[in-house]
Write a protein that binds this ligand. Structure first.
Ligand SMILES: NC(=O)c1ccc[n+]([C@@H]2O[C@H](COP(=O)([O-])OP(=O)(O)OC[C@H]3O[C@@H](n4cnc5c(N)ncnc54)[C@H](OP(=O)(O)O)[C@@H]3O)[C@@H](O)[C@H]2O)c1
Length: 244
């Protein structure tokens, strides 16, 4: 039976992807820091689901948690977050460092732990959840977007290293999507968290999970490099020119 590890399984894209992989018959390992959410998923899914509770930004915790996980066919590096939307000179430096630790270091720890086994078995797929913010700057995206640019470029660089190993790499780059993402970004402020989704049909966690799973279901000789998705009613604006 094929095994998939999905980080950030307690909410949003990760939880939706867990449900889809499970429905396809995979042995699914879901991770997150909220044990009660993992317990809920375990109760819902029953057999073929294992919850692992740890912080992806803690290297020792990642290595310890994954030590006995067995052979992994698919890793979905999805856990991540944005904190704040202030301009750079007002942003909280601790928030910046947290985004670097979770969005970048977390991806490195999981990847470096599970990739050697994939290479040795000459099979595997790592799907990294990046963001549209990796390619498209916007005000207040400063470190969040930069951390996701790291994720996207890391994905493509690993493609180069992995040629000849049969291990595949995909970067998923979503735009506006309603999950707990904004609640986290605005630190629990529910009215601020609703604003990005007001009066617009944003994408859903299921839409993104669909693209994650689809990328993994292609024939073995096909590598989906990246998928960029936006809400239909989201697009780019004109250049912002400040005039005196
Ligand atoms: N929603 C969007 O508009 C959007 C757009 C583009 C990209 N993304 C990216 O998509 C990914 C998933 O986001 P989402 O929208 O599904 O947000 P979400 O609903 O807030 O889910 C985030 C998940 O990440 C986990 N997580 C956060 N920090 C963690 C840590 N230190 N250790 C372990 N797990 C951690 C959370 O679990 P715990 O809290 O239980 O630890 C949760 O399961 C993120 O990488 C995000 O940057 C989101």
């Amino acid at each position: 039976m094929q095994r998939v590890v999905v980080t950030g399984a307690t909410s949003g894209f990760g939880r939706a992807a867990v449900r889809r992989f499970h429905a396809l018959g995979y042995d699914v390992v879901g991770t997150g820091r909220r044990q009660e959410r993992l317990d809920e998923l375990a109760a819902e899914l029953g057999e073929r689901f294992t919850g692992l509770c740890f912080d992806v930004s803690d290297r020792a915790a990642c290595e310890h948690a994954l030590a006995d996980v067995g052979d992994v066919d698919i890793l979905v590096n999805n856990a991540g977050l944005a904190l704040g939307l202030e301009p750079a000179w007002q942003a909280n430096l601790d928030d910046w460092l947290t985004m670097v630790k979770v969005n970048i270091e977390g991806v490195l720890y999981l990847t470096r732990t599970l990739l050697p086994g994939m290479v040795a078995r000459q099979t595997g797929h790592i799907v990294n959840v990046s963001s549209m913010a990796a390619s498209w700057p916007y005000p207040g995206s400063n470190v969040y977007g930069a951390s996701k640019a790291f994720v996207s470029q890391f994905t493509m660089n690993l493609r180069c290293d992995l040629v000849g190993t049969r291990v595949r790499m995909t970067s998923i780059e979503p735009g506006l999507c309603e999950t707990e993402f904004s609640l986290v970004r605005f630190k629990g402020d529910e009215s601020a968290a609703k604003n990005p989704y007001a009066d617009v049909e944003a994408m859903t966690a299921d839409d993104i999970a669909e693209s994650i799973v689809w990328a993994t279901q292609q024939p073995r000789h096909v590598n989906i490099n990246r998928i960029e998705l936006m809400a239909t009613e989201q697009a780019w604006g004109p250049f912002n020119i400040h005039r005196e």
